[in-house]
Write a protein that binds this ligand. Structure first.
Ligand SMILES: [Zn+2]
Length: 218
């Protein structure tokens, strides 16, 4: 077995950990509006334990937080006659219409790990006109500030996990790779909305050169 790519202090200093959208509305634990299968109490506990272990090991930790205004474009309730999971075309892209979720200041928009664990929490999807699966920028190409935070911390590699594999985790990991970061996707700490899109997402990430690893490798 080759040595872990995270085994020495230099490697740890260069690696940012990005925990994507670990919020009540995406979990069955909190009976979320958009609960992802398998995002239950055991899953959240496991993510928390690994995240705290990585903090003790002195990785720099970041979180993304879906943070929508009440009239957000991704909510089916924002368009008359639409139902949850209908798709429409917006700005030339297919948009899934979701049940309202992660509404700003609502209880289920809170991150399920103590926010003090993270050096920064980056909010996304704050503009009612644009969705933002990626933690780096929304679909109107407005950056969230995550890239600047990573660059300012001299981070060149990122480990990414959270919810959901086939949407926000994938978009965040792909955007990190496109920006030149070496990306490690921690598969066992992710859950996907649907099995087929999750399989496709993992395949797409591999093709982009993203390393798929498990939490015991970090
Ligand atoms: Zn959202």
């Amino acid at each position: 077995m080759s040595p872990s790519p995270f085994s020495d202090p230099d490697a740890i200093a260069e690696t940012g950990v990005i925990v994507v959208d670990l919020q009540g509305d995406f979990t069955t634990l909190k009976q979320g509006a958009l609960a992802v299968d398998g995002a239950d109490a055991a899953y959240v506990k496991e993510v928390e334990q690994v995240t705290l272990r990585l903090k003790s090991a002195e990785f720099t930790l970041f979180a993304t937080q879906d943070w929508h205004p009440k009239d957000h474009v991704s909510f089916f309730t924002s368009l008359p006659g639409k139902q949850a999971f209908d798709t429409i075309e917006i700005h030339g892209e297919t948009q899934v219409l979701w049940p309202p979720h992660c509404v700003q200041d609502s209880g289920n928009a809170e991150i399920l790990i103590n926010p003090d664990t993270f050096s920064s929490v980056v909010k996304k999807g704050t503009d009612s006109r644009f969705d933002s699966y990626s933690g780096f920028q929304d679909q109107g190409n407005t950056p969230t500030g995550l890239e600047q935070l990573l660059r300012a911390a001299d981070i060149t590699r990122v480990a990414v996990y959270g919810l959901a594999t086939d949407y926000c985790v994938k978009a965040t990991a792909m955007d990190a790779a496109k920006r030149g970061f070496e990306v490690f996707l921690v598969e066992d700490l992710c859950r996907g909305v649907a099995p087929d899109t999750t399989r496709e997402a993992l395949e797409e990430m591999k093709q982009q050169g993203i390393h798929i690893i498990t939490s015991n490798e970090i």
